[in-house]
Design a protein around this ligand. Structure first.
Ligand code: PRP
Length: 179
């Protein structure tokens, strides 16, 4: 791919991602058993995963977006989570499924779950495409997980470095990592 050089290494092909997303969608459909869902898409990174995942969920659902930012253009999390865009409708009484692209330290998700609990939803659960156990700082409950990833700088399928590479169809990592 022209925007990538030899520091890029493939982790998950488009076929492997699609198969895993189908599986997660079926699991969510089964476990929510006809209950309507509010799918809360955490921008920006999860928009591609969310677009594919909701089409694999056979339940009545609506989609809300929330913008969170903790990394900026840096490789390390700042630990400070900002809401850059909030949901447009109240979440009270709803079964909220948070959709994330990656749980790294867990600080973003920990912040979001605590924040949502003040809004009185019926339930909150989490689907994350990726989880990086090596960097976890807080334990967060990910009920629907795509893949565990090694402690590498992961890009593609929505995940960026400094705003780039979100449009790579597969998931890979940059080694050596960007500075
Ligand atoms: C990424 C990712 C998660 C968060 C996870 O967002 O989308 O929201 O980092 O990291 P953590 O577990 O260490 O908190 P980022 O701040 O890079 O924004 P983006 O999704 O807009 O790229």
């Amino acid at each position: 791919m022209s925007q990538l050089n030899d520091t890029y290494h493939l982790l998950f092909s488009t076929e492997k991602i699609a198969e895993r997303v189908r599986h997660l969608g079926a699991e969510i459909t089964r476990e929510f058993d006809g209950k309507p869902l509010t799918v809360l898409v955490v921008l920006k990174g999860s928009f591609i995963f969310a677009a594919d995942l909701i089409r694999e969920i056979d339940l009545p659902l609506n989609v809300e977006f929330i913008g969170l930012r903790s990394y900026g253009d840096r490789v390390e999390t700042s630990g400070v989570v900002q809401i850059t865009m909030d949901v447009k409708h109240p979440l009270e009484g709803q079964h909220v499924l948070i959709v994330e692209d990656i749980v790294d330290t867990g600080l973003t998700l920990d912040y979001l779950i605590k924040n949502l609990s003040t809004r009185k939803p019926a339930s909150v659960s989490v689907a994350s495409l990726l989880y990086k156990p090596a960097r976890a700082k807080v334990k967060v409950p990910v009920a629907y997980l795509g893949f565990e990833v090694p402690d590498k700088f992961v890009i593609g399928y929505g995940l960026d470095f400094a705003g780039k590479y979100r449009n790579i169809k597969e998931i890979g990592y940059l080694e050596p990592p960007p500075v």
